[in-house]
Write a protein that binds this ligand. Sequence first.
Ligand SMILES: NC(=O)c1ccc[n+]([C@@H]2O[C@H](COP(=O)([O-])OP(=O)(O)OC[C@H]3O[C@@H](n4cnc5c(N)ncnc54)[C@H](OP(=O)(O)O)[C@@H]3O)[C@@H](O)[C@H]2O)c1
Length: 336
Amino acid sequence: MADTTRLFVLRERPKGALDARTLELTTRPRPSPAAGEALVRTRWLSIDPTNRTWMDPVDGYLPALELGEPMRGIGTGEVIASETDALPVGAHVSGMLGFAEHAIVRPEEVTRLGPHDDPKLAVGPLGHIGATAWFGLTEVGRPEAGETVLVSAAAGATGSMVAQIAKKLGCRVIGTAGSDAKCAWLQDALGLDGVIHYRKEALDGAIARHAPDGVDIYWDNVGGPLLDAALAQLALGGRVVLCGGISQYNAERPVGPAAYLHLIRQRARMEGFLVLDYLPRLEEARSAIGPWLEDGTLRFAWHEVDGLAKAPEALGLLFSGEHEGKVVVKVAEASR
Ligand SMILES: NC(=O)c1ccc[n+]([C@@H]2O[C@H](COP(=O)([O-])OP(=O)(O)OC[C@H]3O[C@@H](n4cnc5c(N)ncnc54)[C@H](OP(=O)(O)O)[C@@H]3O)[C@@H](O)[C@H]2O)c1
């Protein structure tokens, strides 16, 4: 068994939510690196809502996966065999390692982690999640102290960071979440100024109550009815940061906002962004966020799932909301 590896391939395109037929776990001979390549053993696999979008038949910001193709995924891991001086054995890297125990990579395809970098944090607050929150908020949302920021999926990986960074920048922050436990965490542990249980409360009334002067920035992780409700209550000069639309990722025909005319009335802006464009500047986000993590003033919750075989199940959690924090799969134990 030592010279084999396991990986998921896309077997069937999901119609709606993914199910047991979508991804198939296969065992293959373990590949050896050719000249210029390294073999990486995946340690942490990041489970991201966008994994679902890559299963659709149409190209998105990345090409659509072909049927039978290995499932893409962001991860961190350790080089265990190498034919390139740029990635010596023992080096830790992050990048598109796939839903797989091992990956063959070239140096230009991955980021090498520093000797003191925690490989788990590199798929969370000090990796693409932190960069999404930091650049999306500061460069797309552009908050000013005193403004009111509404964040959807605020108890999730990205939302919880956005909410806390906005607080640090002097904003009033309202978060939405889908369970009592998540709402309590937002209020008690993160100290948000208001929380809305979007499954229980009427959205229009709840937003108006928490943001009587309107919403200056709406951070959208979900789309759907929440986006419409937020658009209807934008303040003059409001900004809608389109980060994601998870409520639409399983839909055959995603539904757009009906309340978009409020953008005109309120001279407001709605803008999408992709963290990929900011990854070359990752260090800027890390140097802002790192000290807050270290001094404990920025909290980050994890939902750890054990073993590659459970990766599809872990992806399902993002859509049911039955997780508390960033969903990661521990594919292998630590060597450091
Ligand atoms: N633009 C970019 O570059 C970029 C980068 C990273 C992430 N994103 C996007 O950011 C969003 C959050 O990603 P994440 O990784 O941080 O995941 P996450 O927030 O940790 O998990 C997803 C959360 O979405 C909520 N949700 C699921 N289905 C929903 C529905 N139908 N309506 C409302 N809420 C629903 C659930 O929270 P509740 O239990 O509270 O409902 C769930 O916990 C996603 O849309 C993702 O695609 C974008």
